[in-house]
Design a protein around this ligand. Structure first.
Ligand SMILES: Nc1ncnc2c1ncn2[C@@H]1O[C@H](COP(=O)(O)OP(=O)(O)OP(=O)(O)O)[C@@H](O)[C@H]1O
Ligand SMILES: [Mg+2]
Length: 402
């Protein structure tokens, strides 16, 4: 308890300094390791410290009794683990090795992943330097593929969690409480708890932007370079698990206006990551990818698919664009797969592209626009003449009856 009389005479105990966090209408006190001291401090003292933005330090008075004394927040900050600088300037030998590894790492990129050399090296460098990585970009542009390729390129234990499909974040990230007649109540920890305790693990948090906000909250301390612990429960005591040395988190997020179903990610959570933005492929790169994947398909057909996809991207990005979403690389790979299996471009588009575009508005609908775009490549039988928007506008009498 805070006892003003004893301030000057009190001795500092164990150097325990806590910060008060407000959660709902409760004021909880945690030290820098996440150990909870709430029950040892009166509600009034915690509330006051919180309101005054002060930390509380554990002290002992002359009669050997503990009490908590309000101290400047700096004193709490000083007890947080120093952020270990990851630069290796002090160890040049090791540094040379790391630099070599990063700069020769492009050969570790799978050929089937289209990603430019600088981006790939940046990805590898971020992982080697123990940064949390967040791969961002629109749907189907290769975020998950790049993250998985990174995991494969590094010879380290890896774990995969699809955060987008997590219904119960606490069960997935922390664990479950069970009851057994013989054992009574017991706790079974999650795979995630095991993952974070595995030194040098690479932990993939796929679709983090679609995760439940509870999951983001649980991950806050885990991802913070100054904290790196998981709080197991709301009880007092040592209920935290530290993230092991060398653990790297790689997350993916759909970030962009068009993703209305994606909860906008919390700014504080975003701040805990190094962002690696996936580039959307242009038509040349896309053709190259499709040719690599489907060498037996007629090149002009693959060029057509790549150009259709590319035009849809340019159109959806332009302010006066007639469509709001684009055909992703995932979709063009699917189309090329159908071509490989003997379907025509129009058929491939019908099954894997048109359903993505709304037909609201009839002849002015997004779907009509895309149908006209595809038809450009079907009716000519060639992809020689580039798609021309003005021409498209004149084609309103085009037969739209699929
Ligand atoms: N840059 C790329 N290089 C190679 N293939 C790609 C690329 N982008 C997309 N693809 C193809 O599209 C498929 C989907 O990619 P991926 O799952 O990585 O997309 P994503 O960005 O994670 O999408 P989402 O946002 O929907 O999760 C891949 O299996 C691959 O065939
Ligand atoms: Mg993905």
């Amino acid at each position: 308890m805070i006892d003003k009389q004893d301030n000057k005479k009190g001795n500092v105990m164990n150097n325990i300094v806590v910060r008060v966090e407000k959660s709902g209408n409760r004021f909880n006190a945690f030290d820098a390791d996440g150990v909870k001291y709430t029950s040892q401090i009166t509600t009034g003292a915690r509330k006051k410290a919180f309101n005054n933005n002060m930390a509380l330090e554990q002290r002992v008075n002359k009669s050997g009794k503990n009490y908590w004394w309000a101290v400047p927040m700096d004193m709490y900050e000083a007890t947080t683990k120093p952020v270990v600088p990851t630069s290796s300037v002090d160890v040049p030998a090791e540094h040379d090795e790391v630099v070599n590894f990063i700069h020769n790492s492009y050969s570790l990129k799978p050929q089937g992943l289209m990603m430019n050399e600088l981006k790939w090296k940046y990805l590898i460098r971020s992982a080697v330097r123990g940064k949390n990585i967040l791969m961002t970009g629109p749907a189907g542009c290769g975020k998950t593929m790049a993250a998985k390729s990174l995991v494969n390129a590094l010879d380290r234990p890896d774990f995969y969690f699809n955060m987008g499909s997590t219904q119960d974040p606490r069960a997935t990230l922390v664990g479950n409480v069970h009851f057994d007649k013989a054992k009574g109540t017991y706790f079974s920890e999650s795979l995630f708890v095991k993952a974070i305790q595995t030194p040098n693990a690479v932990i993939l948090l796929d679709e983090l932007s679609r995760a439940h906000p509870d999951a983001w909250n649980i991950l806050m301390t885990v991802l913070d370079s100054g904290q790196r612990y998981l709080r197991l429960d709301e009880q007092d005591g040592q209920a935290t698990i530290n993230v092991a040395e060398g653990v790297t988190f790689v997350a993916t997020a759909n970030i962009g206006n068009e993703y209305t179903s994606t909860r906008v990610m919390d700014k504080a959570l975003m701040d805990r990551f190094t962002i690696v933005e996936m580039d959307v492929l242009d038509d040349k790169q896309e053709t190259e990818l499709l040719q690599y994947m489907f060498p037996h398909v007629d090149v002009s057909d693959l060029v057509a698919v790549a150009e259709i996809a590319n035009t849809s991207r340019v159109e959806s990005n332009s302010e006066s664009g007639k469509i709001s979403t684009a055909i992703s690389t995932r979709s063009s790979v699917e189309m090329a797969g159908l071509l490989f299996d003997g379907f025509g471009i129009d058929e491939a588009a019908q099954v894997c592209v048109y359903p993505q575009f709304s037909d609201d508005g009839g002849v002015d609908s997004e779907r009509t626009f895309v149908k006209q775009l595809v038809q450009k490549y079907v009716s000519d039988g060639t992809s020689d003449d580039l798609f021309n928007e003005d021409e498209l506008d004149d084609e309103s009498d085009y037969d739209d009856d699929f």
